[in-house]
Design a protein around this ligand. Sequence first.
Ligand SMILES: Nc1ncnc2c1ncn2[C@@H]1O[C@H](COP(=O)(O)OP(=O)(O)O)[C@@H](O)[C@H]1O
Ligand SMILES: [Mg+2]
Length: 211
Amino acid sequence: MINLEGISPFAKGGNRKCFVHPDNPNRCLKVVHAGLLEKIIKNKPWYKKLRSKNSFDDNLREEKAYTQKALKKDDPNLWKHLAKWHGMTETTIGMASETELIRNDTEIAETLESYLFKNGLNDEIKESIEDFHVWLRTHLVFTKNLIPHNLVLKKEDNRLIIKIIDGLGSQAFFPISNYSTFFANRYIERRIELMWSRINWDLSGRQGNWK
Ligand SMILES: Nc1ncnc2c1ncn2[C@@H]1O[C@H](COP(=O)(O)OP(=O)(O)O)[C@@H](O)[C@H]1O
Ligand SMILES: [Mg+2]
């Protein structure tokens, strides 16, 4: 069991605390915030309360998402834009997901959101976003909506490579297995369209509804 007692997370999202693995600086451990699942369920309407507590757990959602059809292919290019998955790991503060920690040398990679706030939508990042979209269309990897704070930037050969670190899976209405290529293409096109909406919304001071 990994001891995370007294260790500060390097980041916190809405759902999880993120730690550098104490025994491996290139691994990230994410633990769902204490009490979060109970709070989510308390605020759901009765028909959603019927779903099990596990169905609201982001680590379990992600574990399942990494088993999706697209990721079963033996193609190293598949992992170009995705943090690698290393399973679930028990810690002293709860079950953690263990994934590749994206770094640039010693620093933990910055999010696309932070980059855009600092630099705007310049040619360098536009190219990275286009590359990422080509990859999505090629491999048909399913994600929830692609939000800039769930994507980080890895520097490779003087380019910035977008990596998904959160949000793998699918929107609730779309089954992650058992779909036709036609619907898969449509689903991916919609995620790309919404990613642009979200970027433009972030950059224009977040007025109105981003969708
Ligand atoms: N594998 C990773 N590599 C680098 N940074 C990460 C990684 N995972 C998470 N982060 C950082 O931690 C933040 C929160 O993580 P995230 O998985 O999005 O949590 P949540 O599920 O609560 O939204 C991210 O916005 C990012 O800055
Ligand atoms: Mg997140």
